[in-house]
Design a protein around this ligand. Structure first.
Ligand code: C5P
Length: 243
């Protein structure tokens, strides 16, 4: 089922600037990276991934609050990395699954904000311009906004034996990234009704039958998962620097 909409008409602008909370989820173990510390605390050049993510998220338009969701063992370490953020910032402990961590962050984000952006610390180089694009689409009245890039490989759907059952039309596919932005109340409803283990917040909004709009993603927002990704991020940082 095609549940993303690249050209849905906006429901109408909200007028005043949005009050935004950013939830940075950083509570994963990062076992595929093979490091001795949780992934968000692995160093990229001079600082941990989480510090890079916070530097960029901290420049989000309309930002009034940041919530960092850290492993329970690393709450104090995470707090030490929030020093440069200029809005009130809180660190809470995450859960076993990413969706548990997002729910913990959402609970701390407060109900006095209009919108919540959920961002993976592992997408440490996602630029402020990407946060701005997501907030701009939310301000147009969309309840859920995700950045996505066209898929360059042909993608096959396979059965449990590895036999191809479908080849979706590549031109209709998008690889989605974070920050994913939501009307706060919509995200709260989506999480209240979530099945265990959801890896994508937008999918929970799709389950509610609400539209999820895709805005252009950014290669800088690719997720650091493997040692190779970390090496690529190093090279990108050395060559391009933050935007
Ligand atoms: O594991 P994966 O790379 O998909 O995780 C994406 C993001 O979600 C990471 O920033 C990770 O720290 C976070 N996460 C979390 N709590 C978990 C699992 C993942 O905050 N239990």
């Amino acid at each position: 089922m095609d549940t993303t909409h690249t050209a849905a008409p906006p429901p109408g602008p909200r007028g005043a600037a949005l009050r935004v909370a950013v939830v940075v989820v950083a509570a994963g173990s990062g076992s595929r990276l093979g490091a001795e510390v949780p992934k968000a605390f692995v160093r990229l050049a001079d600082r941990p991934l989480l510090a890079h993510a916070l530097e960029r998220a901290g420049r989000c338009p309309g930002l009034v609050r940041v919530v960092v969701v850290a492993p329970a063992s690393h709450v104090a370490d995470a707090l030490a990395l929030t020093a440069g953020v200029t809005v009130p910032t809180q660190v809470v402990a995450g859960g076993a699954e990413r969706s548990d961590s997002v729910a913990a962050g959402l609970a701390a984000a407060g109900d006095d904000v209009d919108a919540v952006l959920v961002h993976d610390a592992a997408r440490a180089l996602a630029p402020p311009s990407l946060f701005a694009a997501v907030v701009a689409a939310l301000a147009e009245g969309h309840p859920a906004v995700v950045p996505g890039l066209p898929v360059v490989d042909t993608v096959k759907e396979v059965d449990k034996h590895g036999v191809v059952v479908a080849t979706p039309d590549r031109s209709r596919l998008r690889a989605v990234q974070t920050p994913q932005g939501f009307d706060r109340a919509v995200l709260a409803r989506a999480h209240a009704d979530a099945p265990p283990g959801a890896t994508d917040d937008a999918a929970l909004v799709e389950r509610l039958g609400l539209p999820v709009v895709v805005v252009p993603g950014d290669p800088l927002a690719e997720k650091v998962t493997t040692p190779r990704d970390l090496a690529v991020a190093h090279a990108v940082l050395a060559g391009a620097g933050p935007r």
